[in-house]
Design a binder for this molecule. Structure first.
Ligand code: WT7
Length: 633
């Protein structure tokens, strides 16, 4: 059984061992899994290339560890608890036996459709159980899944399908989301018209049963695909370093990149971190409210919990439907023990008033988690008092798509908690702070750039199709370190507090976005000459999107224009990237080398232009006063 730390003394001891002798530590953890063939070498690494290999020579299949392994002792235990959008509709339960059979049937269906080991399969689905089943079925047969969040536009979906040359797309007909019924298949149809020539088959899961267009040569209903398929499916023999999945995420430049995770290390780390961060015990009901379209859903709805033999809940809907008590109603209904959500949801629910949360019995909660963005003190306190009732420790978990699993977090009931602090590294994780020159920032009560100096099993291996980009973005800033892109503070007692991104990545409602990506979308508008996008503090979203736009002469920056800009962004990326505020400006502050001075734009967007620093070296210092006036600051 994977190690579960139970005391502070043990945490300190295990942490020290994991640093002194990481290979032995991780070999011990890996040995608790089912391997088809044991590894030859625990770790080899070179951050310069980068080239990181864990458990080389080992053969395994992650689904044998998620499913087959549990059939002897928990076949009848609920694996997935699916809670529908409609509060009056029935919860669906999949036992480990059910899930095993569904995954096998769909794995066989994929094979029958010609999907082979290494082929890429794209998922564009709402939070239905079939998404988890589909993802696991890919892993079963060695196909690589690439899940695209179903809020992305057809263009964004097409970009991702093309980047990975996906052979198949799996979608639902519609997405029941609050009071809406969103056409999902229609978005896939549109994406297919944008040059997705690699796609041979589209499998369509019937969710709400609305009308869809049909391409008979390409489209297949999920139910037809699995019809009469065997409920056993031979697991592919995967090498530890074979690709498990691709997940696209935004960076500070260019198009989103496909972060690649591999089988062996990801398995070991997601299970280990899940068991320890949530202190999951047999019989507990665990609920992470994330979407499987993000890494949180991959690691802590699907893989981590299932590897640990947990009961993991999937929720189809939104926190505010039918009202702002939905999360708490579900917690009460299913006696949820571990609850994991994002600060943006906490802030939004907090703003609706306490009566919603006070109405429900939350006494089964043992651990409550936060992820995705810095949590502010007010939200932390509210979460602690109103949801946890002071009895359920908050785990403020810091990690990234690239890290695969939780890196820095309190361990509930074991280490202390402090508002806004992710606090302590997980065993095996060696975070350090450096200054902009890469010099180690030592001691306490200091700030620096957050790096990791030693490999961990679930770390990014490459960016799909562009290894150089992976090297450049994460491993070239500082020698022999993985650079996270986050600024971080270490308090007087050594706890870590994540301050936020130091690059041009913004975090809007926990959704990660590149400012360049949003600018490129805005620039598609025929009346836009140039734009600059920055984040600004937003009460609910954490950060909002502020767009400065240089428009063609004669353009009136009125509500109609703003709407047309939003429409373009929705078309290019999706609703999550819509600017909150826009300002038409005559120019943008630039350095002599032509680089936009975002520092100034960020300050103005935050409503505080009192101290803009030295602007005399700008190419066009005069424009600053004009922008300030237009912004009314
Ligand atoms: C970025 C990564 C990890 C799953 C969801 C986000 C920010 C993440 C925290 C936290 C402060 C956090 C960082 C990070 N972030 N967790 N607990 N406190 N900031 O994954 O989309 O890859 O975003 O989210 O800035 O770099 P992601």
């Amino acid at each position: 059984m994977t190690l579960q730390i139970k005391s502070l003394k043990q945490y300190k001891k295990v942490y020290q061992e994991s640093v002194d002798n990481p290979e032995q530590f991780w070999a011990e953890q890996a040995a608790t899994f089912q391997w088809q063939k044991k590894w030859d070498k625990v770790l080899s690494w070179d951050f310069k290339k980068p080239d990181v290999k864990w458990f080389e020579g080992g053969k395994m299949n992650i689904t044998e560890n998620c499913l087959d392994r549990h059939l002897k002792d928990r076949a009848d235990q609920t694996a997935i608890l699916w809670e529908p959008n409609d509060p009056n509709a029935k919860t669906v339960k999949y036992s480990y036996q059910d899930l095993y059979e569904e995954v096998c049937r769909f794995g066989n269906a994929l094979r029958a459709k010609g999907i082979k080991k290494g082929d890429r399969v794209c998922f564009y689905m709402p939070m239905v159980a079939e998404l988890a089943i589909g993802v696991l079925a890919c892993a079963r047969i060695g196909a690589v899944h690439s899940v695209v969040f179903a809020g992305f536009s057809a263009t964004a979906l097409a970009d991702r399908i093309k980047d990975a040359s996906c052979k198949m797309v799996i979608c639902s007909d519609y997405n029941a989301r609050g009071a809406k019924n969103i056409p999902v298949k229609q978005v896939v149809d549109e994406a297919m018209l944008q040059g997705c020539t690699s796609v041979e088959t589209v499998i369509v899961h019937k969710n709400t049963g609305g009308k869809v267009n049909w391409e008979p040569a390409r489209d297949v209903w999920w139910s037809d695909a699995v019809y009469r398929r065997q409920k056993h499916c031979k697991p592919a023999a995967m090498s530890s370093e074979d690709m498990l999945f691709i997940l696209y995420t935004s960076g500070s430049t260019g198009k989103p990149k496909g972060v690649v995770h591999t089988c062996g290390g990801y398995m070991v780390y997601t299970c280990f971190s899940f068991k320890n961060v949530f202190q999951y015990e047999k019989g507990d009901v665990y609920w992470c409210t994330a979407d499987i379209g993000w890494i949180t859903g991959h690691s802590y709805i699907v893989y981590g919990p299932l590897l640990a033999g947990a009961t993991t809940m999937m929720f189809e809907g939104v926190p505010t439907y039918p009202d702002a008590g939905r999360f708490w109603q579900i917690c009460e209904k299913h006696k949820v023990n571990q609850f994991y959500t994002a600060p943006t949801a906490i802030r939004a629910l907090m703003a609706k008033g306490d009566e919603y949360v006070e109405k429900y019995d939350l006494s089964d909660l043992k651990v409550i988690g936060s992820v995705g963005e810095p949590i502010n003190v007010e939200a932390w306190n509210w979460y602690n008092e109103k949801v946890g009732k002071g009895n359920a420790p908050i785990v403020d978990t810091w990690w990234q798509t690239e890290t695969g699993g939780i890196m820095i977090t309190p361990l509930p009931g074991i280490t202390d908690t402090k508002p806004c602090y992710a606090s302590y590294p997980m065993p095996g994780i060696q975070p350090i702070l450096v200054d902009s020159q890469g010099v180690l920032v030592e001691g306490n009560d200091v700030e620096g750039l957050l790096c990791v100096k030693f490999p961990w099993p679930s770390m990014i291996r490459t960016t799909y199709g562009d290894h150089e980009r992976c090297r450049q973005v994460y491993f070239s800033s500082f020698e022999n370190m993985y650079f996270t892109g986050d600024g971080c503070r270490r308090d007087s007692e050594g706890r870590l507090r994540i301050i936020g991104r130091v690059d041009d990545v913004i975090n809007v409602s926990g959704h990660r976005m590149g400012t360049a990506e949003v600018e490129n979308a805005i620039n598609e508008h025929p009346a836009v000459i140039e734009s600059a996008v920055v984040g600004y503090p937003h009460d609910i979203k954490g950060q909002g999107i502020f767009a400065y736009i240089i428009a063609q002469e004669g353009t009136v920056g009125d509500a109609g224009f703003e709407k047309s800009i939003r429409d373009v962004v929705v078309k290019e990326i999706g609703p999550i990237a819509k600017p909150d505020k826009m300002l038409v400006v005559p120019g943008l502050p630039k350095t002599r080398s032509g680089k936009i001075m975002r520092r100034i734009l960020r300050k103005i967007a935050s409503g505080d232009a009192s101290n803009l620093g030295d602007i005399s070296t700008l190419l066009n210092p005069d424009v600053v006063a004009v922008i300030k006036e237009a912004a009314g600051v």
